[in-house]
Design a protein around this ligand. Structure first.
Ligand SMILES: [Zn+2]
Length: 97
């Protein structure tokens, strides 16, 4: 084994280590992402709970309230919004734009 091969080997090991670290950070990001993904869109919500669509608007599937507050995903002005029930804090559905 030449000197050059050893150096390349060491660089390679560091490279693998770096990739592993990056993967860990991505996992934390995707956890937040998957929590967001778990909230149904309005269409999915109404497919899941057809009776939640009433003449007075959308109802909460837990407490039947039809009052929601639109909560920005990461900030007040985030166009991605979660509709949270005013009464029971159930995250009912999301609006993506
Ligand atoms: Zn509710």
């Amino acid at each position: 084994m030449s000197h050059m091969e050893i150096i390349l080997g060491v660089i390679f090991v560091f490279f693998l280590f770096y990739i592993a670290l990056l993967g860990r950070e991505n996992k934390q990001l995707t956890k937040e992402q998957s929590e967001w993904e778990a909230i149904p869109t309005l269409e999915e919500y109404l497919r899941k709970y057809p009776s939640c669509k009433t003449n007075f608007g959308i109802r909460c599937n837990y407490c039947n309230s039809n009052r929601f507050r639109a909560w920005g995903r990461s900030s007040k002005h985030d166009p991605q919004r979660v509709m949270i029930c005013f009464h029971c804090n159930n995250a009912a559905y999301k609006l993506e734009s």
